[in-house]
Ligand binder design. Structure first.
Ligand code: FMN
Length: 190
């Protein structure tokens, strides 16, 4: 499989849904194979269980987590599509990372040495924001988010980020500007 798409938005009429649909259409046109993991639709349980916090091998990986890990194992690349909420990812996606990107699957620890295990996979991240670009630049929030997500999660696990695109202020722009944003997704080097 070429891509696994991790999608985290509950709204059927959201702009994030329009992004997902455009990305699906781009991939279909390019004859790529992909699987969409719609975390709200599948009611993914984001709550890490007490029996999941020990190193892999010492615990039985829960079935729902194993299923997600298999999709990721099979995919050459991951695409994340989600809105920025509280200057980070929606809680359901954070819970997905907590549970699915487990030790022994996404990274390993040997003494002080941490090794990413998802090496060789590429990642594309597409986010929408309520606030304008200027706010994110002036406050340093964008840089903080890039550190917290790109560096501390995606690259930490060994993946290479092909593109992390922020679509700013999507609530306060008009339909024509939103359409341009969707059209611009065609330029991502998936
Ligand atoms: C719970 C919640 C938290 C939010 N936090 C932020 C935020 O920290 N920064 C920001 O720019 N926008 C924030 N927003 C606005 C969303 O980013 C915005 O509504 C979304 O990107 C629009 O895309 P959609 O139409 O697909 O929902 C928040 C929205 C919600 C519902």
């Amino acid at each position: 499989m070429d891509y696994v798409i991790i999608y985290a938005h509950p709204g059927p009429k959201s702009f994030n849904r329009a992004i997902l649909e455009r990305v699906e259409s781009i991939l279909r046109k390019a004859k790529k194979t992909f699987e969409v993991r719609d975390l709200y639709a599948s009611r993914f349980n984001p709550s890490l269980g007490a029996n999941e916090i020990y190193p892999a091998g010492h615990v039985k990986i829960p079935q729902d987590v194993e299923r997600e890990q298999n999709f990721i194992r099979e995919a050459a690349a991951m695409i994340f599509i989600y809105p920025i909420w509280w200057f980070g990812m929606p809680a359901i996606l954070k819970g997905y990372i907590d549970r699915v990107f487990s030790e022994g699957f996404a990274y390993s620890i040997d003494g002080e040495k941490l090794t990413g295990l998802l090496t060789g996979k590429k990642a594309v991240i597409i986010n929408t924001t309520g606030g304008p670009r200027e706010l994110f630049a002036r406050t340093g929030y964008e840089e903080a988010m890039r550190k917290a997500t790109d560096s501390a999660i995606i690259e930490f696990c060994g993946m290479e980020i092909v593109e992390h695109r922020y679509l700013y202020g999507v609530q306060s722009i008009d339909d024509a500007a939103r359409k341009r944003m969707l059209d611009d997704l065609e330029n991502i080097d998936f």
